[in-house]
Design a protein around this ligand. Structure first.
Ligand SMILES: *Cc1c(COP(=O)(O)O)cnc(C)c1O
Length: 369
């Protein structure tokens, strides 16, 4: 926590605003809009997953429709497609950003068209806070007139060509889950291009109640609005977001230096100055032939010293639950999954903890020679 979260929570208690609406919700939304710096309207919700679900509904996704989704991601990017009874079409990643490959995207769209189906939306992810190649993705989306939903759940504070991630697509999705760069304990937001879309999202997130003195409903609603207590945490967290991004970027710099002399290990880094990543998680890929060690060798060496690290996201087209979904690509996501590792990346890692990490890495590669 940053320090002021409790102040906002106390304000909510003092005013008895203990509900999924109130001054903290409005204030938090305004803070996010200001931070994103683009002309957007933000709806604070109970989760990033809820925001994705509402984005799909707003794009008109329904039963039997097809939605294109980056395969290399966390399952929450794809699950809401299934909530709508729609079919996910998975697309591989490209080497620079590990995000959706526009060549395979175009191939997927063309092939679905040839089968008589126009995809209803494209879900692109900014993995681990690394901005996707939005120019290329948006070019395909425009060519075929398909709305883009930008899953920026991991990328608050990242920019592409100077513009905030989450503000490129028809809709953007943010997450404030406990593991993200800032948190409201659980929470998310839908970034909308206009007030009308935001109001529609808020309406659906509060049980879709029609304007009447009694309870009347003409549409299926959801209980997806953010609580005024959680939003109070969010307001405090927004005050330290820039510090958190700097701390994560410092961890990334630490790993770049640590692995500098070790051949066959690549630290996941921005491909050019167009990209500014929040480096939510620092990650590496290990070429076992060149490095002489595998991803598992390093993971187990860390584990032996009680340091947790994890393989990258397992691609969605390899998940048992999505085994039947079509996939377009060239197995790059598989390579990432086989050889990639997420490293300890917390904003609060002490110098002593960093030394322990360094000792494991140096010990493993010294053991080789
Ligand atoms: C965390 C995450 C989500 C879901 O956000 P929640 O707030 O946990 O529901 C969606 N997509 C990605 C890529 C995520 O990392």
């Amino acid at each position: 926590m940053g320090g002021n979260e409790l102040k906002y929570i106390h304000e909510a208690f003092d005013a008895n605003w203990v509900a999924p609406l109130g001054p903290n919700v409005n204030g938090f939304e305004l803070d996010i809009e200001t931070f994103l710096g683009a002309d957007v309207h933000v709806a604070a919700l109970s989760a990033g997953t809820a925001a994705l679900h509402l984005a799909l509904i707003a794009c008109g996704v329904g039963y039997g429709d097809e939605v294109i989704c980056q395969s290399m991601t966390f399952s929450a990017s794809a699950n809401p497609i299934a909530y709508q009874g729609a079919v996910p079409i998975f697309v591989d990643s490209e080497r620079d950003t590990w995000n959706m490959d526009s060549v395979h995207l175009r191939e997927a769209v063309r092939d679905r068209f040839s089968r008589g189906k126009k995809p209803k939306a494209i879900i692109v992810v900014h993995l681990y806070g690394m901005p996707a190649k939005m120019d290329e993705i948006l070019a395909v989306a425009r060519e075929f007139d398909i709305p883009v939903i930008e899953d920026a759940a991991e990328a608050l504070g990242s920019t592409y060509k100077g513009r905030a991630c989450g503000t490129f697509g028809r809709f953007g999705v943010l997450s404030f889950n406990g593991n993200k760069i800032i948190t409201t304990s659980g929470g998310g937001a839908l970034v909308c291009p206009n007030l009308e879309d935001k109001e529609k999202a808020v309406f659906l997130s509060t049980q879709a109640r029609d304007d009447a003195p009694h309870y009347q409903h003409s549409q299926i609603g959801y209980n997806y609005r953010m609580s005024n207590i959680c939003a109070g945490i969010g307001r405090g967290q927004m005050e330290v977001l820039k510090d958190r991004v700097n701390a994560r970027r410092a961890m990334h710099a630490f790993y770049v230096e640590l692995f500098e002399g070790i051949e066959g290990v690549t630290v996941f880094s921005e491909p050019s100055a167009d990209y500014y990543a929040n480096h939510w998680l620092s990650a590496i890929v290990i070429d076992p032939v060149v490095a002489g060690k595998t991803r598992e060798d390093l993971r187990l060496a860390f584990l032996a010293d009680n340091i947790e690290s994890r393989p990258l996201w397992k691609p969605m087209h390899l998940q048992p639950v999505f085994a039947d979904a079509p996939y377009y690509g060239n197995q790059f996501a598989e390579t990432l999954f086989d050889n990639g590792l997420c490293l300890p990346s917390g904003s609060n890692l002490t110098a002593e903890e960093q030394s322990r990490i360094a000792a494991v890495v140096q010990g493993l590669w010294k053991a080789r020679s």
